[in-house]
Design a protein around this ligand. Structure first.
Ligand SMILES: CCCCCCC[C@@H](O)CC(=O)SCCNC(=O)CCNC(=O)[C@H](O)C(C)(C)COP(=O)(O)OP(=O)(O)OC[C@H]1O[C@@H](n2cnc3c(N)ncnc32)[C@H](O)[C@@H]1OP(=O)(O)O
Length: 274
């Protein structure tokens, strides 16, 4: 059956419940680069929770594939996370994901779908985090448009970055990151990666995003209110990355580059701090 914007908008993910156990929090932190320099996040019976862990909480799984998009063409294109309150351990959370926009580039030319969820505390319904994800469906298109896409993230400042930090992605990064729930074989199986048009399994976009979030929150103190970025090129496990940062008051803009291939993997990055 043809994939239509209407059918995508009508698709309702299940309501998903989840609690963050200490083990979940430590595993997430380890999978996005936390280590011996970040003991509060990776040790002890009551670890701190990396705020961007919201990305993997109450996740609907493969939303676009569930509505009938072509598996091999789906890549993560953009992520936006807004924090309303702290995440805490062992607290039942609940969320349901819905599509909010379909942007069609035309038959055979691809399309973007944005879907979002508000993660709430089950006991009192308090909204803790809003997570909005945009997937690019490169092998679909001709669906028609629907909904209102998020306002485009602003381009980065033109001046030179205020700071550049090195990030080394471990060879095993994708194999570890999948344990947060994203077992998409695009990140582990060379044949699946080739069928999707890549030389080798690629890193989960949210793993690069988590590495960037860790580096930014270490470099700039303050409570994270919002973090967003576009995924503009793939990252391969094992690559050496550079994170460029621009700071203006409580706003940090960022981009994550792969210098060896002269590409920008995360672009138009935005962090708001309290
Ligand atoms: C627990 C279960 C979890 C389940 C999650 C499952 C998903 C994961 O497993 C999958 C992944 O993690 S994939 C890895 C991460 N993603 C990537 O590596 C994608 C890299 N980016 C690309 O390939 C292209 O930029 C691409 C394809 C994104 C866009 O390229 P083009 O189509 O060539 O677009 P372009 O010509 O550059 O721009 C044209 C207009 O398209 C829109 N647009 C482009 N990039 C966008 C983006 N990233 N987000 C939103 N919109 C975007 C814009 O309208 C753009 O016009 P303008 O630039 O003027 O705004």
């Amino acid at each position: 059956m043809a994939l239509t914007a209407q059918a995508i908008m009508a698709h309702e993910g299940e309501e998903i419940r989840q609690e963050i156990t200490p083990r979940d929090a430590i595993l997430y932190a380890l999978s996005v680069g936390y280590g011996t320099d970040d003991l509060p996040f990776v040790a002890g019976p009551t670890p701190r929770i990396a705020p961007d862990m919201a990305n993997v909480l109450c996740h609907p799984g493969f939303f676009m594939q569930a509505v009938g998009a072509t598996w091999a063409g789906v890549v993560h294109a953009e992520q936006r996370v807004t924090f309303h309150d702290h995440l805490t351990l062992n607290t039942p959370l609940i969320a349901r994901t819905r599509a909010t926009a379909v942007v069609d580039k035309g038959e055979g030319r691809g399309m973007f779908t944005t879907f979002a969820r508000e993660i709430r505390r089950e006991s009192d319904g308090a909204a803790l985090v809003t997570v909005s994800q945009t997937d690019a469906c490169r092998f679909d298109g001709g669906t028609g448009q629907a909904g209102t896409p998020p306002e485009a993230l602003a381009p980065l400042p033109e001046r030179a970055p205020d700071q550049t930090l090195a990030i080394q992605i471990p060879e095993r990064a994708a194999l570890l990151y999948q344990l947060n729930g994203d077992t998409n074989p695009l990140h582990s199986d060379p044949e699946v990666a080739r069928a999707s048009g890549f030389d080798a399994p690629i890193l989960h976009g949210l793993c690069s995003f988590g590495h960037a979030a860790r580096a930014i929150t270490r470099a700039h103190a303050g409570r994270l209110r919002e973090i967003a970025a576009r995924f503009t090129a793939v990252v391969y496990p094992g690559e050496a990355l550079e994170l460029d940062l621009w700071r203006d008051a409580q706003e940090v803009r960022f981009r994550l580059r792969v210098p060896a291939r002269s590409v920008t993997a995360l672009d138009r990055g935005l962090v708001r701090l309290d």
